[in-house]
Design a protein around this ligand. Structure first.
Ligand code: PAF
Length: 273
């Protein structure tokens, strides 16, 4: 596995390779969820590139940028075992200067749900993803469905800015007890982790109701909120795949999203029905 930290060196290395390139942007602290993205990229492309970069512009003041889990050696081993061809491992000053052009998240879709409690977060995400996609020029880029709003906004950016990359959504990987994998799960103590299971349990409540043909979104959200009690809820929403509110679940076109806080850790989860 080749490890490169300089963006121009990586661009040069990948230039004229005449191979399909699958790209997985990450912030490190890699887990099975990332490995499933790498595996999918390996199946569908001739060359697999992973980036590890904890992007400062997507963290708000007071968030966990300085404490974000960092496991450089373990991450490099995971990438190498998983068959990654090139690992891009830049520093912040390889990516950003002091006076920057940036991507602005859309005023509505970028500032609802997670964007409401983290205003500006998605502008930071879109800016770094734009930079990374321009550096790697992949055929396909792989993103987890767990970060559904991020995935939706990146797909929108690629479409609206006429970019030439296919965005591939990949299913969420869960622990045996249902907890969606996240690099932030390591912040959970034993009690909070148990409480956090209410998030996937609430999504189960939703699928059970839908399987009984209860499709009214208000009724479903009320039952989900009961299941989540006493967790602090940031939002429970049922949207269509364009991220617009709906009154009835439409099978094949709905996303059910939850963000709740266990202890001090914000956790996201969702299912696509
Ligand atoms: O999902 C993530 O890990 C990050 O938001 C991403 C897409 C790598 C951008 O920093």
């Amino acid at each position: 596995m080749k490890i490169i930290s300089n963006p121009l060196e990586l661009k040069e290395y990948l230039k004229n390779n005449n191979k399909t390139v699958g790209f997985i942007p990450t912030m490190g602290a890699l887990h099975e969820g990332h490995i499933s993205l790498i595996n999918r990229a390996s199946e569908e492309n001739e060359l697999v590139v992973v980036s590890i970069f904890v992007n400062p512009t997507q963290f708000l003041k007071g968030e966990d940028l300085d404490n974000y889990p960092s496991r450089e050696q373990a991450d490099k081993k995971i990438c190498s075992f998983a068959g990654v061809d090139v690992l891009f491992y830049p520093n912040a000053d390889d990516i950003y200067t002091s006076d920057e052009v940036s991507v602005q998240a859309p005023n509505v879709r970028g500032y609802v749900l997670e964007g409401r409690s983290r205003p500006g977060h998605f502008s930071g995400v879109l800016t770094v993803v734009m930079k990374l996609l321009n550096i790697v020029s992949p055929t396909r880029a792989y993103f987890g469905k767990k970060d559904a709003q991020q995935l939706n906004l990146i797909t929108l950016m690629v479409k609206q800015l006429f970019m030439s990359v296919e965005i591939v959504p990949v299913d969420t990987v869960r622990e045996a007890d249902g907890l969606a994998l996240s690099s932030r799960n390591i912040y959970l103590n034993e009690y909070d982790r148990k409480e956090a299971l209410k998030i996937s349990a609430s999504l189960h409540v939703c699928s059970r109701m839908v399987s009984k043909n209860i499709l009214d979104t208000k009724e479903i959200i009320a039952s989900m909120r009961e299941t989540l009690y006493p967790l602090e809820i940031a939002y429970v929403e049922i949207l269509n795949r364009n991220f617009e509110k709906i009154e009835q679940v439409e099978i094949g076109d709905s996303v059910i999203l939850v963000e709740a806080i266990a202890g001090e850790t914000r956790l996201l989860d969702n299912i696509w029905l």
